[in-house]
Design a protein around this ligand. Structure first.
Ligand SMILES: [Zn+2]
Ligand SMILES: [Zn+2]
Length: 294
């Protein structure tokens, strides 16, 4: 009897000890989050960017081509955290949407932002079925929307300009969501797979409105470094100090193209590529930023 009592005491002590470790880990984790953290995951041929805002909000922009995203999120997020505040699907191509299936199944999602354009693929059908099943609220992205993310972090939606809800497009990239994330003096332009037509529209609109700013510290290069994006005049205005290219090792599309690498070098951008560097992490305190890779 005495032995059982002793064992019970020992077990409760171990449980209490484990709880204390979890609580202290949580305290340090949350306190340590003074910075904006952006992870550009090495996810194969596709896009996936995870944003952690100092206020605690978490945003996932695209999920890459497979469930590889789960391991990446597992490493980026604390183990007790099973929710993501916002999922952004830049456009419905499989290399952006497929990884989001498992994310929808395993995490509580606060909201989804998409263009609403129609796209008749099995992947896009499955995406909508899952959204309905999990009852996730869906908002439609329009240029001019401002997402206030707390503690001075803002995501400006810069594209699409037109209403594409239920519209079938020959090229889904024409309705691609472009966002510009700012924290203090630092800015990141997230292009998704936007191509030249969107770049030209953005240049035109930015000339006519002082509210549309393209100049950014970091550029998530459009369409994996394909030559149909990153036109010279656009890159001159964005004038990124760092250009991040999300492309898979030895991908069959030849992304990124030498032409785009040359154009980025011509505007003085330091080029970082997931296919060469692995995961790329950016941290900003609102005044300065650092980028490292693994
Ligand atoms: Zn893509
Ligand atoms: Zn695409």
């Amino acid at each position: 009897m005495e032995k059982i009592k002793k064992n019970a005491k020992l077990i409760s002590l171990i449980i209490l000890g484990a709880l204390a470790v979890v609580i202290w880990y949580a305290v340090f984790y949350l306190e340590g989050r003074q910075n904006l953290l952006v992870s550009f995951f090495d996810i194969g041929q596709g896009d996936s960017v995870f944003i952690e805002v100092p206020s605690g909000n978490q945003i996932l922009v695209d999920g890459g081509p497979s469930d590889r995203i789960l391991a990446k999120l597992g490493r980026a997020m604390p183990f007790w955290d099973r929710s993501i505040d916002l999922l952004i699907l830049t456009h419905p191509h499989a290399d952006h949407v497929t990884g989001l299936f498992e994310v929808l199944k395993r995490y509580d999602i606060g909201m989804v932002l998409e263009s609403g354009a129609e796209y008749s693929t099995p992947e896009y059908k499955e995406w909508h079925e899952l959204l309905q099943k999990k009852k996730v609220p869906v908002a439609i992205a329009h240029a001019g929307e401002k997402l206030i993310l707390g503690k001075g972090t803002i995501l400006d939606v810069l594209s699409p300009w037109d209403n594409y809800v239920s519209v079938s497009l020959k090229n889904p990239h024409d309705a691609n969501i472009v966002g510009r994330l700012t924290y203090g003096q630092n800015s990141i332009l997230l292009m998704g797979d936007a191509e030249r037509p969107i770049e030209q529209r953005l240049l035109f609109e930015s000339l006519n409105s002082k509210f549309i700013i393209l100049d950014s510290d970091i550029l998530k290069v459009g369409h994996h470094g394909s030559k149909t994006s990153s036109s010279e005049d656009f890159l001159r205005v964005v004038s990124p100090k760092v250009a991040i290219i999300q492309a898979g090792r030895k991908n069959r599309y030849g992304h990124p193209t030498q032409e785009v690498l040359d154009r980025l070098a011509a505007v003085g951008a330091k080029i970082l590529r997931n296919d060469l560097e692995g995961d790329i992490f950016l941290a900003s305190d609102g005044t300065s930023y650092s980028v490292k890779s693994k």
